[in-house]
Each structure stands twice: as structure tokens, then as C-alpha cells.
Design a protein around this ligand. Structure first.
Ligand SMILES: [Fe+2]
Length: 350
């Protein structure tokens, strides 16, 4: 090991240690979280159990704000599905506003899938009143908060998944069944179009958000393999699960086809993936996610400050990717594109 490596490790060690007590999940980037020895001694499973317990405690404070039927649905399945979420006229206005979006957005390629996203932050929402009304919707916020187990506002986007729009033989990693992270965490989609079987509906394994003994044993086995053996997204802390392991766990993945104006909020600690497609197709939604400090027992206040910090952080990541792209001449991971590409056809024409 070179002197530079030793100096870097000495400098980073306190940072890596602090990250153990946060949402940080990468086995590859953090040698403490990814340590084979520490995970044999139970580091990863301890994080999983503690995050679940503390999340359950925080959720007790949120009970009065969420109707019992939705709470039951979440605890049983790991997701909440509500058809006709918005009043008909509000939904029509929202969809129209999204389809007429102007300015810029971002595009990311994974395998042959193109993901388009426009951050619905305070600035952008000033000119998008129907989007603003939705992201400020109290019931949506409360349901997302219940699933993520804190009073935290989600980060919100206009989000379009264009399946089969990119010439690539590489697989889309989001189409493999996986858990996003070790802690309860919420993602939501308000679907703006029908999403039928064969058009990439959301797929979830009901009950996979629960910590059974079998699930804990699986988490322990995965963590023992550590970064080197896991590889890919699993090494980054989003464990992939194969069909055999899923059956061993007593779980079964299910497609959730929806009609337009359906809201799905899922705990993506549970196993999920993007659904399969018969042919190139597009899935448009308002999408958001919320992930909070896993070991903090306080449920939070739902203030805008934390959301603003997250929005700022995301914009910094995008700008950094822009600078790197300019410096290297390689395309940015989050390419800036005109928002008119939301209406793009599979052959690349807007
Ligand atoms: Fe995911």
C-alpha cells in the first residue's frame, strides 16, 4: 500500500465510521460497511434490525394521520395502492401541465431504458401550479411519511421511463428484483397513463418489507459476501435477489398494472423491480422518494428545510456530472435535455 493510500485511509476513517450511523449503504465505497469480518460479526444485520425497530417506533407517532385501512394495507403488503387518487379535473389539469412541460430535464440510460426526470423543486413549481398542488397534497405526504416512517417531505419529479428506447444489449439493473437499501424507505408514483401488463408495470413481492427470520438470514448471507463477491448494484447496498432465493424466502413477485390516476407508495426495502415489456413503451408519472436517518428516534416535523437541502444536494450531483462530462468529453450520466423529449417516440422523434 502506498503512502498516499495510507494517508487517504487515515483521513477517511472517521467519515466511514460516521456513515455507519446514517442512510449510507455502499459496501464497495465504505470499507467498514463492506467489511467481511464485521458483517460476519453482524454489523449489517444489526443495521437492518435497528433501522426496522427505530422506524417502527417513529411510525407510532404517525398513526393518527393515516387512515387505518391504508396502514393495514402497508403492513400487510409493503405498499399502498389507491385508484382515482386525484379528483378527475385536478388529474386532467396535472397531466396536461406535465405534457406541456418546457425548459430542461435530465435523462439517464440504464441498459436499453431511458429514464427522464424533471425535479419539481420550489423554483420549478412556481410555473407549474397543478404539479405544486400535487406535491403539496397532505394525504400523499402523510402516506409517504408513514411508509418511510417519518414526517419527511419526499423529493418529487416528473418521471418518465422509456423502455426499449436505447440501442443496448446491456440489462436494465432496475428490471432485476431488488431491495433498495437496508432501511424502510418510500417511493411513490402517481401514474399519468394506464400501465398494463407488458408495458412495464411496477413489480413488488408482497410482504417482502417484513423482517422474517429467513429474510434476516438472507441479509446476513449477502452481507458476508462483502463488496468483492457481491459486485454490481448489490455491492452498492441494493441487494439483488434471484428467483430461487425468493422462493426460499416464501415470497412471490407480482405485477401491479394500474389505470391512470393510481397512486402507489411502496416500501422499497421490500423486493421490487420495473416490469417487463412486450415492445418499446413509455411510463409517465409524478414520482418521489423519501429516505430518512435510520437510527434517529424522532419522527420529525415535516419542515421544508430538509427537503431543500436534499434538492440542493441533488442539483450539486447533477452539476458535478456536467462538469465531469465537459472535462472528459464523455456524456454525462444525467444528461441535460429539452423537456419536449418527454413526448419522444421510440424512434427518437419528439
Ligand atoms: Fe429500486
Amino acid at each position: 500500500m502506498s503512502a498516499t493510500d495510507i494517508a487517504r485511509k487515515a483521513f477517511m476513517a472517521p467519515v466511514w465510521l460516521v456513515q455507519v450511523f446514517t442512510q449510507y449503504k455502499s459496501f464497495r465505497e465504505n470499507p467498514i460497511i463492506g467489511s467481511r469480518t464485521l458483517n460476519r460479526m453482524g454489523l449489517h444485520v444489526s443495521r437492518v434490525v435497528l433501522a426496522k425497530a427505530v422506524g417502527g417506533f417513529r411510525r407510532l407517532f404517525l398513526i393518527p394521520f393515516v387512515p387505518a385501512a391504508y396502514r393495514r394495507e402497508y403492513h400487510h403488503n409493503g405498499f399502498i395502492k389507491i385508484e382515482d387518487f386525484l379528483p378527475e379535473q385536478a388529474f386532467r389539469d396535472l397531466r396536461k401541465e406535465v405534457l406541456e412541460l418546457d425548459g430542461e430535464m435530465r435523462e439517464m440510460t440504464q441498459g436499453n431504458t431511458l429514464t427522464q426526470m424533471a425535479l419539481l423543486d420550489t423554483e420549478r413549481c412556481k410555473s407549474l401550479p397543478h404539479c405544486k398542488a400535487f406535491v403539496d397534497n397532505r394525504m400523499m405526504q402523510r402516506l409517504v411519511g408513514y411508509v418511510t416512517s417519518a414526517r419527511a417531505r419526499p423529493l418529487n419529479f416528473i418521471h418518465c421511463v422509456k423502455n426499449g428506447y436505447v440501442e443496448s444489449r446491456a440489462a436494465d439493473p432496475q428490471k432485476t428484483l431488488h431491495s433498495d437499501t437496508f432501511q424502510p424507505t418510500a417511493k411513490y408514483w402517481l401514474f399519468l397513463d394506464d400501465v398494463e401488463t407488458g408495458k412495464g408495470p411496477f413489480v413488488y413481492a408482497p410482504g417482502s418489507h417484513r423482517l422474517s427470520r429467513k429474510r434476516l438470514a438472507w441479509e446476513y448471507d449477502m452481507s458476508r459476501k462483502a463488496a468483492a463477491e457481491l459486485g454490481g448494484h448489490s455491492a452498492l447496498g441494493s441487494f439483488r435477489v434471484d428467483e430461487e432465493d425468493l422462493a426460499e424466502l416464501g415470497l412471490e413477485a407480482r405485477e401491479l398494472p394500474v389505470t391512470a390516476n393510481t397512486l402507489i407508495i411502496a416500501d422499497t426495502h421490500g423486493f421490487h423491480r420495473r416490469g417487463d415489456v412486450d415492445q418499446p413503451c413509455s411510463r409517465l408519472a409524478i414520482y418521489g422518494y423519501s429516505r430518512v436517518l435510520p437510527f434517529n428516534p424522532f419522527p420529525g416535523t415535516g419542515s421544508r428545510l430538509f427537503l431543500k437541502i436534499q434538492e440542493y444536494g441533488l442539483k450539486q450531483i447533477w452539476r458535478k456530472a456536467d462538469r465531469q462530462a465537459e472535462a472528459t468529453g464523455n456524456p454525462s450520466l444525467y444528461k441535460r435535455v429539452p423537456a419536449s423529449r418527454l413526448k419522444m417516440e421510440p424512434d427518437g422523434k419528439a
